[in-house]
Write a protein that binds this ligand. Structure first.
Ligand code: C5P
Length: 309
């Protein structure tokens, strides 16, 4: 085997309900993940030792400065985990081509880790009698980050626990999205901490998170308008406190006719749902003209998880 390339999607959260803070520092969640057609590509090539490079994917505007290229990168940690489990040296050069916004709330780092798990397993595991199943990779992925298992699974899925315990959701049809990226990222732990702080300040107890029936019905029937109305994100207020300019972005999308608008995950990317593919093109053009985003990209979902090319 000379090189393995894996394509891996970004996610948007259709529902992100944040429950109580646990003793391990995580929050119990209901997290409805939806994989969208904005992809990073990760190539693993046998090498003398572990090396990693990160570049912007062709045709993308994603800024990659600030992404670690040392052993701290989740994709490098993924390679080491797979090598350990298979009893080989992590002698691999990993090349990441990014189109998913960095620290943008679309799980780009988790996606790269998922892709590296799959690419390295394909490189080193036996093709006939693999030691590592897809489920094993998902378990390894959960140790790297809460969103990594979903990047392997793809589609639309309900995540509970810290988001790593997944059940595929019944979803019909294709949904069309417009994403507005922002300059600079937001730190996920900081956004969760701000969410806790806002709740404390308002004397609110964190509610136990429940799956939204409206959301599940909208997905099962493929009803984009109902989906737009059912979108929710408990981290949105916290993201808006930390990045007030996102209010303008969300309002611009709503004024431009989006049928749903929310901050993606911990932000700062904003996600807008369109009625159909033509509406998404119109919405993207209006948003780009408003100057409320660093860049505006279109994508559709659901799409499959990490896939060997
Ligand atoms: O699992 P991951 O490393 O991606 O999580 C990043 C951070 O997000 C955690 O350190 C924690 O602060 C926060 N988080 C959380 N509850 C979750 C998932 C993430 O508080 N269920």
């Amino acid at each position: 085997m000379t090189a393995v390339t894996v394509r891996v999607p970004a996610k948007v959260n259709l529902q992100l309900s944040v429950g109580p803070l646990r003793d391990d520092g995580y929050h119990d969640l209901v997290n409805v993940f939806h994989a969208v057609s904005l992809f990073d590509e990760v190539t693993a090539v046998p090498a003398d030792g572990l090396a990693l490079t990160v570049e912007t994917a062709r045709g993308s505007l994603v800024a990659v400065d600030g992404v670690p290229t040392d052993g701290g990168n989740l994709a490098a940690r993924a390679a080491v985990l797979v090598a350990d489990r298979l009893g080989v040296e992590p002698a691999v050069a990993i090349r990441i081509r990014k189109a998913i916004p960095v620290a943008g709330g679309m799980a780009g780092g988790s996606a790269d880790a998922a892709a590296a798990l799959l690419a390295c397993a394909r490189l080193w595991d036996s093709p006939d009698e693999p030691l590592l199943s897809r489920d094993d990779l998902m378990e390894l992925g959960a140790g790297l980050g809460s969103d990594v298992p979903f990047a392997l699974l793809g589609g639309t899925a309900i995540g509970i626990g810290r988001g790593e315990q997944l059940t595929p959701a019944l979803a019909r049809g294709t949904f069309h999205w417009v994403f507005a990226t922002a300059d600079g990222g937001l730190s996920t732990p900081a956004v969760y901490a701000e969410c806790d702080r806002l709740r404390d300040a308002q004397g609110e107890e964190a509610p136990w998170p429940e799956v939204s029936e409206e959301l599940m019905a909208a997905l099962a029937t493929g009803d984009a308008k109902a989906l737009g109305a059912a979108l929710s994100n408990d981290l949105q207020d916290a993201a808006l406190v930390l990045r007030p300019s996102l209010s303008r972005t969300l309002t611009a999308g709503q004024d431009a006719g989006a049928i749903g608008a929310l901050v993606s995950g911990s932000g700062p990317t904003c996600a807008f749902l369109a009625e159909n593919v033509e509406h998404a093109a119109d919405l993207a053009a209006v948003l780009a003209g408003e100057g409320v985003a660093k860049s505006v990209v279109r994508a559709s979902g659901p799409v499959p998880g990490a896939t060997v090319m």
